[in-house]
Design a protein around this ligand. Structure first.
Ligand code: G6P
Length: 606
């Protein structure tokens, strides 16, 4: 999705802006540009394509100590040089970069055109630059305030005035903007990833806030002009955590980081003395937790699937009814919000618009929401106020791997905590704590099987369609395996509960359609063996993900075994080979693994 970077200080802005844009590439975009102010003039360079294309056309002489830059993900108007940001007014005095959507852009545009303005792009954003030029206000912040009163929609915005380059003005409504505090220099970004190289001290704007950012400080206020007080937050990530290191893809690096990510999610949260867990950010006493009668989990994409596993963990360990639902659908069905339900929002980035909207819907109706989020200080984390941070480290690849795993671990921590308040015995608690601690090494042993999985992937890569099936908690794993495969290899992959296979999809099983069967050696193992027979009877290739035990009673095309854990944690381990399978199929098919087509890391628009 779109990204914003800004710099104001004593250094040359262009290299800092370019480096910031590179840091935002992972979010997905189709064009890039920057504007730098010098000698009361704007220098604007922009292009369709990648940041390196922008680098190629950047003139030597583009110098200046105040600048803003942008990576665009097309919404209004095709990806093109013309539609790339920054946009300027006719006299090229004001430059703006904008994330979000201006919903009344068409009517504003008609009015501006009637007053003689000629538009140079098809974007909704350009209206802002022209409205700034038309504003009679004395200061840039007052001009922006008056413009924002005219627009409806969502924005994270940064504005530059060539005639007053001593500040950058930023504002937020629904799309994040943060200020990075440096030493007599300041940074602006839509994502702290763009500025961690320079500072770890950041201030997040809230919706309806505006900030004037100068080299030596900043002031925040509401859109009406009332000052607001902000406390800077330290982001726990360093620049090194964004490096690809020895790996050829971030996804592969993040798969490899899972043992450490799990350790960090667990760190300080196990309480062996009472065979339970301790979750600092929960901020709910035992009595309050015991009043919870139901748990409803909301998330999108992999976060929703991790939530489905979370629901399973909570139901099994705490015997509380729990279910997950795509956050993107939630608000549209006018949901009933119950006082005795605990709502949990899951989001790696903490910025997914649909998840945030679901959180707001729950809160508006008086419900309680807890966040399970990776990015500290992100919008959903702040909106939920209480919750569990994953501490998995930054995830750069568009598809989630380590944060999926860490989310399941976070749910396990919560489920043990809730379970131990109820019927889970000390012995069961102790066993679960031991199983959680064993997970990092178990994941590492699965990663050691990469060569075998890569060979299997070669066979898989020849097909165009695949099924993934599982039962009970094996089904969300089938969903995650299918999602990962389709996202990065573009192979059509569909997940089905194994029990449903005979109610439709069996019609499509043939030697051309492989099926991955997720089958732990649990009570449903025998039923899964029948599923394999059903597929084999139609000559469908079968790839089995299971655990060590007796050999399968029938021939299959491949078997991958993962170590056994406590039954409720088994799904987490069964998922790891599927991550490697998706990665190697995508590699064999020559795909852009870290930035799959049409997808963005965090979807901050509806
Ligand atoms: C996008 C990504 C998915 C991700 C989903 C939720 O759709 O492409 O991979 O699972 O957003 O992201 P979140 O940051 O809320 O976990």
């Amino acid at each position: 999705m779109c990204g914003i970077v800004g710099y104001i200080g004593k250094r040359d802005a262009t290299p800092i802006l370019m480096e910031g844009l590179h840091r935002l590439e992972y979010r997905g975009y189709d064009s890039a540009g920057l504007a730098v102010a010098r000698n009361e003039k704007l220098q604007v360079i922009k292009t369709k394509g990648k940041v390196r294309d922008l680098e190629r056309i950047l003139p030597e002489r583009i110098k200046g100590m105040t600048g803003i830059a942008h990576t665009r993900w097309a919404t209004h108007g095709e990806p093109s040089d013309r539609n790339a940001h920054p946009h300027t007014d006719t006299s090229e005095r004001f430059a703006i970069v904008h994330n979000g959507i201006i919903e009344n852009a068409a009517s504003l545009r008609t009015k501006l055109e009637a007053s003689g303005v000629t538009f140079r792009s098809e974007t909704d954003s350009e209206v802002i630059a022209h409205l700034l030029a038309a504003s009679p206000a004395d200061t840039l912040e007052d001009s922006l305030r008056s413009v924002l009163r005219l627009v409806t929609g969502t924005y994270g915005i940064a504005v530059l005035d060539a005639q007053r380059p001593e500040s950058i003005v930023i504002a937020r409504n629904g799309s994040p903007v943060v200020i990075g505090i440096g030493d007599r220099e300041m940074f602006v970004a839509s994502d702290p990833a763009a500025l961690v190289r320079h500072t770890q001290s950041v201030v997040h704007l809230d919706d309806g806030e505006l900030a004037v950012v100068r080299a030596d400080g900043y002031e925040t206020s509401t859109l009406d002009g009332g000052a607001t007080a902000k406390t800077p937050l330290t982001i726990p990530w360093t620049d090194e955590s964004f490096d690809k290191g020895e790996f050829s893809h971030y996804m592969r690096k993040e798969i490899a980081e899972q043992p450490d990510a799990i350790r960090r999610t667990l760190s300080g949260r196990l309480e062996p003395r009472f065979q339970t867990t301790h979750i600092g950010g929960l901020e709910m006493a035992a009595r309050e937790l015991l009043e919870v009668k139901r748990i409803k989990i909301l998330g999108c994409g992999s976060a929703y699937i991790a939530g489905s596993l979370g629901a399973h963990l909570i139901e099994q360990l705490a015997r509380l009814p729990a279910s997950a639902e795509p956050a993107s659908e939630f608000r549209y069905r006018n949901p009933v919000i119950e006082q005795d339900t605990l709502y949990i929002a899951v989001s790696q980035s903490g910025e997914t618009f649909d998840t945030l909207a679901a959180v707001q819907e729950v809160k508006r109706k008086g419900g309680r929401v807890l966040g399970i989020v990776n990015v500290v200080g992100s919008t959903i984390a702040r909106e939920c106020a209480r919750g569990i941070y994953l501490h998995a480290g930054p995830e750069i690849a568009v598809v989630s791997t380590k944060t999926f795993t860490s989310t399941v671990v976070a749910f396990a921590l919560l489920a043990v905590h809730l379970g131990r308040l109820k019927d889970l015995s000390t012995a069961q608690g102790a066993r679960l704590l031991a199983a959680l601690q064993a997970l990092p090494d178990q994941v590492a042993t699965i990663l050691n099987q990469e060569a075998r999985i890569a060979t299997l992937a070669q066979r898989f890569a020849r097909h165009e369609n695949a099924y993934f099936v599982g039962r009970a908690a094996g089904f969300p794993i089938a969903m995650e395996g299918a999602l990962k495969l389709k996202e990065i290899s573009y192979l059509h992959a569909e997940a089905y509960p194994a029990s449903e296979l005979k109610h439709g999809p069996l019609a499509l099983i043939s030697p051309e359609t492989p099926t991955v069967i997720v089958m732990p050696r649990d009570d449903l193992y025998a039923k899964n063996l029948s599923t394999i027979e059903e597929i084999r009877a139609r000559s469908g290739p079968t790839f089995v993900i299971t655990q060590p035990g007796d050999p399968l009673p029938m021939p299959v095309d491949a078997v991958i075994e993962v170590p056994k854990s406590e039954a409720v944690l088994d799904p987490l381990l069964l998922n790891i080979p599927l991550q490697l399978l998706a990665y190697h199929v995508a590699l064999a098919r020559g795909r852009n693994i870290d930035q799959p087509r049409n997808l963005a890391k965090s979807v901050t628009v509806e």
